[in-house]
Write a protein that binds this ligand. Structure first.
Ligand code: NI
Length: 391
């Protein structure tokens, strides 16, 4: 059954996306976005679910006939970036911008919801809509899980726009797609002194220079050439003037890995190097380690189904290179099998850039992609023996 006119739906989704784009809200402050999404769902009589979260929207479609529950997830938050696109619908909020395209994801998921709602009485099973807050902050997915929105879900699907892929191309990959994200902050404490009398101190700047150099050996000497990892020191702060050896230096940075054992190995080497190198220079360290999202690992059998469904629909399917960016959808995939796809949007700049744009002709395609895959999973769930376990 064709429940909706495609051209009209496309027009509506573009309007919705442009509205979100003009009024971006940062992680954990998505109050107006939450109101808007709720309104757009209620317009079509889609049932909103209760939640303890202040932002984010959850809803259900179907359930009149027995079957599995398939979740569609979109993230809804924006970034603290000033837009430089000159688009007529550019951000109206200074310093805030949808420069990761979460407005696109939200509109695409709404499109899928509208299509599924039009066939609600025929659905065997239920669709759970998850409009997730605070993806950029990295804490949204865990809150959604804690809120119980995934408890009865059998499989979950989601996508991220991909500016370097053309419209009509989708990147589908089983196994690791996006990296685990860890963050560190290290204070290296020495002993200050007059710059002309270094023998009276324990110079933390020299110690830090050796630490940073030695950290580069983790990837080159400790990680297998067949595995991937990134260790980046991105901030260094120490000293006040030219003739004083300071008391301490602070460095910050990030580690990216694609599997649990490499992640643990890199962290262990990091601690050993920082502690032992600073020890050589009689400095003491205070290491703070902030574990972010785990690696995003797609379920193989579900990815295979997705690939077939996308090709049947007429999309070009490629196997994308994994991204060293992180994505908190990874938390869902630790709990529930599913997949996360890269959807071609033909942009000129990459994510998080002030001139980031999206080719809006991809929007209706993304809506149908989510709709088709949700339906395939409703139909095929019983045929998937390995869906029980997350691979
Ligand atoms: Ni994003």
């Amino acid at each position: 059954m064709i429940g909706l006119n495609r051209t009209l739906l496309e027009k509506r989704l573009i309007e919705i996306r442009r509205h979100l784009h003009q009024y971006p809200e940062l992680s954990r402050e998505e109050f107006e976005t939450t109101k808007s999404i709720t309104g757009w769902l209620l317009e079509r009589n889609i049932k909103i679910r209760p939640t303890i979260l202040e932002t984010g929207v959850f809803a259900d479609i179907g359930g009149q006939r027995p079957g599995p529950t398939i979740a569609i997830r979109a993230d809804i938050d924006a970034l603290p970036i000033t837009e430089r696109t000159n688009l007529p619908y550019a951000s109206r909020i200074p310093g805030k911008m949808h420069s990761c395209g979460h407005d696109f994801h939200t509109a695409a998921a709404l499109g899928a919801a509208y299509l599924l709602k039009a066939e609600e009485t025929e659905l065997r099973g239920k669709i759970r809509l998850i409009f997730q807050p605070a993806e950029e902050y990295g804490a949204g997915a865990e809150k959604v899980i804690h809120d119980g929105q995934l408890d009865d879900v059998d499989a979950i699907i989601g996508l991220h726009n991909k500016p370097d892929l053309p419209v009509g191309t989708v990147g589908i990959k089983s196994g690791p797609l996006m990296a685990a994200v860890d963050r560190f902050k290290v204070v290296i404490n020495g002993k200050g002194a007059h710059a002309a009398l270094p023998q009276n101190g324990h110079d933390p700047i020299t110690a830090t220079a050796h630490v940073i150099t030695a950290l580069q050996t983790i990837v080159s000497r400790n990680v297998s050439p067949l595995e991937s990892a990134v260790v980046s020191v991105t901030k260094i702060e120490g000293g006040t003037t030219w003739n004083v050896i300071p008391e301490s230096v602070t460095i910050e940075g990030t580690v990216r890995t694609f599997d649990h054992s490499t992640r643990t190995h890199v962290k262990n080497r990091f601690y050993t190097i920082v502690e032992q190198v600073t020890n050589v220079f009689a400095n003491k360290t205070d290491i703070q380690w902030f574990a972010g999202p785990p690696p995003l690992v797609n379920h193989s059998a579900i990815s295979d189904l997705t690939r077939v469904a996308a090709e049947q629909y007429g999309l070009k399917v490629i196997e994308p290179a994994p991204s060293t960016a992180g994505e908190d959808f990874a938390y869902y995939l630790q709990k529930t099998p599913g997949f996360f796809a890269f959807f071609g949007t033909n942009g000129t700049e990459d994510w998080h850039h002030p001139s980031f744009t999206i080719d809006e002709t991809a929007l209706i395609e993304a809506a149908y992609f989510l709709y088709n895959n949700a339906k395939v999973l409703l139909q095929k769930q019983a045929e998937l023996p390995s869906m029980e376990s997350v691979t």
